[in-house]
Design a protein around this ligand. Structure first.
Ligand code: NAP
Length: 255
């Protein structure tokens, strides 16, 4: 039985990972880290099995990680829209105080990696984002937060930490059912700079959540870093991905 902590467990992908791991009762004992009890109650109907706190707090991380073999990092800074949305104009974004990518995606992830190492965690699965090779990627200018730059800095820190890692860089996340598409892996944004014909650079959150769960199971996912998108549902050339060992064997270590 592997004990796993999922952070960002109230997030749109983190909550899917938590539900999937909870269903695999014989294999995983899962706990979540979240900030707000009310949000956990609303999502899961109970706060049982949760730790509450912020990833800036090493003590809560230490408590939540005690006895864990695995950590899933699904926290992220989230840009907020400034003012009201005016149709036909491009909205402006900002990051709340203490919620900037530097604080959440760099320092917050670094705290999690340090606490996990300290607790003897043997595997960290981190969900980042495609686009990190391009400093001028449009996501970096949102709220002037340089989000992909800070995320990549934390990923390098994880690679250098000596703890086994799986770093997943999804394309644009969709709220769509999982398990219906062929997943396509790549490296260093080649799927963005040279996209395969007819394949959008996106993937359902539910498929990313399944990749996280399979990464916790499959030795072939250890010490790998990869981009991932999906062929469209119903694509004539698609073979729905069910063999994750083969998928992970197509990926490689480091950036
Ligand atoms: P999300 O819904 O925005 O969830 C983010 C989670 O982080 C929430 O649970 C949030 O908690 C938590 N969090 C933020 N700051 C925290 C703090 N200081 N302490 C503790 N928890 C904190 O995430 P998502 O949309 O599923 O995205 C998952 C990952 O994929 C992110 O890294 C994202 O950048 C990346 N990604 C996104 C896209 C896209 O198209 N959106 C594309 C590629 C990759 P609360 O619930 O309390 O706010």
């Amino acid at each position: 039985m592997k004990k796993i902590l999922v952070t960002g467990a109230t997030g749109r992908t983190g909550s899917l990972v938590l539900r999937k791991l909870t269903e695999l009762k014989d294999e995983f004992s899962v706990t979540g880290l979240a900030r707000f009890e009310a949000k956990v109650k609303e999502l899961f109907g109970t706060t049982e099995g949760f730790f509450f706190g912020d990833i800036s707090d090493p003590q809560i991380l230490q408590s939540a990680l005690t006895g864990c073999q695995g950590l899933v990092i699904l926290t992220s800074a989230t840009p907020q829209i400034k003012g009201e949305i005016v149709p036909g104009t491009r909205p402006e974004f900002y990051f709340p105080e203490n919620g900037t990518p530097e604080i959440v995606d760099w320092l917050g992830q670094k705290n999690q990696i340090d606490a996990a190492k300290e607790a003897g965690v043997s595997h960290i699965v981190l969900v980042g984002s495609m686009g990190g090779t391009n400093e001028n990627h449009p996501l970096n200018s949102i709220g002037n937060g340089k989000i992909l730059i800070w995320k990549r800095k934390a990923e390098q820190y994880l690679i250098d930490s000596g703890v086994d890692y799986t770093i997943i860089h999804p394309g644009g996340l969709q709220d769509a059912p999982g398990g219906l598409r062929e997943l396509v892996v790549g490296k260093n944004d080649e799927l963005l700079t040279n996209p395969p014909e007819g394949i959008p650079t996106s993937i359902p959150r539910a498929d990313v959540a399944e990749v996280v769960v399979q990464a916790l199971r499959e030795p072939a996912a250890r010490n790998k870093c990869f981009d991932i998108i999906s062929k469209p549902e119903g694509d004539q050339t698609a073979v729905v991905t069910r063999d994750f060992t083969t998928l992970f064997n197509l990926t490689s270590p480091g950036f």
